[in-house]
Design a binder for this molecule. Structure first.
Ligand code: HEC
Length: 139
């Protein structure tokens, strides 16, 4: 009897451990893992490893109030950005190069990573959403 109860308890533990990891959660974690690598290879040069930015040249991503505009962020990752902008009350005005080599999926992984790491979010930015936003910012 005791053994049965122990087995039952063990069984429910497994369900709790693995049953609660929804597909969405697993996908979010995958996106973040990929996003870190894409960030290190394509963005950290300028925005720095911890997203702190570089002096008056490159704006920070960590704690950036610009991240409130997620659709603009998705567009600028692919298309770059020119002209003056303000981030956390400081002005920046240097061109950010476009990143046409990044696929829609890579932009989605990067966006998910940035917002989970620095945007105080724990959500997934799905590639479907990113494709729709990228279509819209072409216009
Ligand atoms: C060559 C340097 C450079 C690289 C590489 C670069 N950026 Fe930028 N980024 C900038 C500059 C400069 C600005 C400000 C543009 C302006 O003044 O119009 C900027 C602005 C931004 C902004 C909006 C402002 C903010 O700080 O919140 C985001 C978000 C951003 N970059 C994300 C990225 C991501 C993600 C990557 C990697 C795919 C990347 N950048 C690669 C230089 C760079």
């Amino acid at each position: 009897m005791k053994q049965r109860i122990a087995l039952l308890a063990l069984g429910s533990l497994f369900v709790i451990q693995f049953g609660c990891q929804s597909d969405e959660e697993i996908k979010r974690q995958k996106y973040i893992t990929e996003g870190i690598l894409i960030y290190q290879n394509n963005c950290a040069n300028c925005h720095q490893k911890k997203g702190e930015g570089l002096a008056a040249l490159y704006p920070p991503l960590a704690g950036s109030d610009y991240l409130q505009h997620k659709e603009q962020v998705i567009c600028l990752i692919r298309n770059g950005l020119q002209g003056p902008i303000t981030v956390n009350g400081k002005s920046y005005n240097r061109p950010m190069p476009a990143q046409p080599q990044l696929s829609d999926l890579e932009v989605a992984e990067l966006t998910t990573y940035i917002y989970n790491e620095w945007g105080r979010e724990n959500t997934l930015t799905d590639v479907k959403k990113v494709t729709a936003v990228l279509e819209a910012c072409k216009k």
